[in-house]
Design a protein. Structure first.
Lengths: 202, 253
C-alpha cells in the first residue's frame, strides 16, 4: 500500500523495544536461574510454562511482533548500501553493525526456536535444564549461542538508541551522545546476564 | 617552492549512458590553486598525460565561494566542493570523480534534479501569495532565528546524499537536505502556518523513515548544518503530526 511506510517503520521501531526488548530481558533473566543450579532453572522455566494464556502471550507478545520486525528488518538491510570503508565514522559503523547483527540474530532465533520451542511443542523434547545442557555440550553450538546472544543484545541496545532518535526523544547531539553511553551500559549489563546463563550450562 | 606540475586523475564519462574511464592530466602548478583552477588548466590545455589531445573535462561551478553547491565532486574519495578544496592540502595524485549517487551527465557534471524534486515534494517554501496585501508577518524570536539561519545555509550541493548509505538506487529516500529544509520553513513564523503540509510530505514513502541514523550527513556537510538534529526534531514533529491526524486535533494545521 502507498504511504504506509511511515506507519510500518514506526511500528518496527516500537515493536523492537515493546514488547520484543522487554521479552528479551525477561527471557535472559529467567535463563539466569541456571546459574543457581538445575533445580532453580527448572522451577523458573516451569513457572513461565504454566503462565495462564501462555499460547496467546507467546503469539501476541513474542511471535507476531518478532515476525513483523524480522520481515521489515530484512527489507531495511536490503535497501542500505553500506559505506563504512569510505566513511568510517562511529555512527556509520553502528548503522552497519545494526544490520549485520539483525541478520545474525534472525538466523540464531530461527535455529533456537526450532530446537527448543518447536521441539517441545511437537513433544520430542522436554522443557528442562537438560535440554539446554545437551545443546550447549557441543562446543560449536555453545559458541553459536554466545554469538547469537551477544548479537541479539547488541541489536537491542543499539536499536534502543535509534528508537530514542526515531521517536524524537533525543534531539540534541549531546542527548544522543549520552544515550550512546547509556545504551552501551545496557548492552554490557544485558550481555552479562545472557552469557553468564550460557556458561552455567557447561 | 612546491613541485612544478601536479598529477590529476579524472574519472570521465562521455555521455549519460557510456562507461566511465579514468584519464590522467599533468597540470602546471600555481600557488593557492583549488580544484576548479586545476580543472581550468585541463580545459585550457586539453592534453592528457600521454600527450594526446582529448575533449576538455566538463564540470559545473558558479559562485566559487562555497555557497552555490554546483561544484560538488568526489576528491580523493571525499565528496566536497571543488572551489573550496585547495590543491596544497591534498595528497597526490589527486583523484577527481563525479558523485556516485546522482546520474552522470558528462565527466564531472551530475544531474541533481532529484534534490529539487524532493524540495517540491516537502513544499520547502513559504506561500505568501494572495489576492490582497496581508501586511507584515509575525515576528521571529532572535534565538530561533539564529539556529534557523544555520539551516538556511543549505546549498543543495548533494554531498549529504552522496555519503548517506540509505540514498541509493534501491531506496527512494529523499535524503537529509530536504528534511532539514522542512525544519527551516516550519521554524519560520509564517511558514509554520503550513507546517502540517510539509510534515505530511515527510510522512510519505521515501520520507523521513528512510533515515537509518548512520549520521554520515552531518559529518560531511560542507556548511556544518546540524542535519541529524533536524532529522531527530522532525521525527518528533512527524510522530506528533501522525497522532494528531489519527486521533484528531484542532491544532493539526
Amino acid at each position: 500500500m502507498e504511504n504506509r511506510e511511515f506507519f510500518y517503520r514506526r511500528l518496527h521501531s516500537l515493536l523492537g523495544v515493546v514488547p520484543i526488548g522487554i521479552f528479551l530481558i525477561q527471557h535472559l533473566v529467567v535463563n539466569h536461574f541456571a546459574v543457581y543450579g538445575a533445580e532453580s532453572f527448572n522451577k523458573a522455566a516451569q513457572f513461565m510454562h504454566d503462565l495462564p494464556f501462555r499460547l496467546m502471550l507467546e503469539i501476541f507478545i513474542i511471535f507476531l511482533p518478532i515476525l513483523f520486525h524480522a520481515v521489515l528488518g530484512v527489507y531495511i538491510v536490503f535497501v542500505a548500501k553500506n559505506n563504512t570503508r569510505r566513511y568510517g565514522y562511529f555512527r556509520n559503523w553502528m548503522f552497519f553493525l545494526q544490520r549485520i547483527t539483525g541478520i545474525i540474530t534472525l538466523v540464531f532465533i530461527v535455529w533456537h526456536v526450532w530446537e527448543t520451542r518447536v521441539q517441545i511443542g511437537m513433544g520430542t523434547e522436554e522443557l528442562d535444564y537438560s535440554l539446554m545442557e545437551n545443546i550447549l555440550a557441543n562446543p560449536v553450538m555453545f559458541w553459536f549461542y554466545v554469538l547469537g546472544v551477544v548479537s541479539t543484545t547488541f541489536h537491542f541496545a543499539n536499536g534502543l538508541w535509534s528508537f530514542l532518535v526515531s521517536w524524537g526523544v533525543t534531539v540534541t547531539p549531546r542527548s544522543q551522545k549520552i544515550a550512546t553511553y547509556a545504551t552501551l551500559l545496557i548492552f554490557l549489563a544485558v550481555t552479562y546476564i545472557g552469557v553468564r546463563a550460557l556458561f552455567a550450562f557447561v | 617552492m612546491a613541485q612544478e606540475t601536479l598529477t590529476m586523475i579524472v574519472t570521465r564519462q562521455d555521455s549519460p549512458d557510456s562507461p566511465p574511464y579514468e584519464e590522467t592530466f599533468k597540470v602546471k602548478y600555481r600557488k593557492n590553486m583549488n580544484i576548479i583552477s586545476a580543472l581550468m588548466e585541463t580545459q585550457q590545455n586539453p592534453v592528457n598525460a600521454e600527450g594526446k589531445n582529448v575533449a576538455p573535462v566538463q564540470w559545473e561551478s558558479n559562485c566559487l565561494e562555497e555557497v552555490c553547491g554546483a561544484c560538488s565532486m568526489v576528491i580523493n574519495g571525499e565528496p566536497r566542493q571543488a572551489c573550496s578544496t585547495l590543491v596544497d592540502k591534498l595528497e597526490q595524485p589527486i583523484r577527481v570523480a563525479p558523485m556516485s549517487t546522482f546520474p552522470v551527465e558528462r565527466d564531472l557534471v551530475v544531474d541533481r534534479s532529484r534534490m529539487f524534486d524532493s524540495l517540491k515534494k516537502v513544499k520547502a517554501w513559504i506561500p505568501i501569495d494572495g489576492t490582497h496585501d496581508l501586511g507584515p508577518g509575525p515576528r521571529m524570536p532572535e534565538k530561533k532565528r539564529q539556529w534557523a539561519y544555520e539551516l538556511s545555509k543549505c546549498m543543495t550541493c548533494g554531498v549529504c546524499l552522496e555519503a548517506c548509505p540509505n540514498v541509493n538506487s534501491k531506496s527512494d529516500f529523499i535524503g537529509p537536505a530536504a528534511l532539514s529544509q522542512v525544519r527551516l520553513f516550519n521554524a519560520h513564523p509564517t511558514g509554520e502556518m503550513n507546517k502540517s503540509e510539509r510534515l505530511e510530505g515527510l510522512m510519505e514513502d521515501g520520507g523521513i523513515t528512510g533515515c537509518g541514523n548512520s549520521q554520515n550527513c552531518v559529518q560531511v556537510c560542507p556548511k556544518g548544518i546540524p542535519l541529524t538534529t533536524s532529522i531527530a526534531a522532525l521525527n518528533r514533529d512527524t510522530n506528533i503530526q501522525s497522532f494528531k491526524n489519527f486521533f484528531g486535533s484542532d491544532h493539526a494545521y
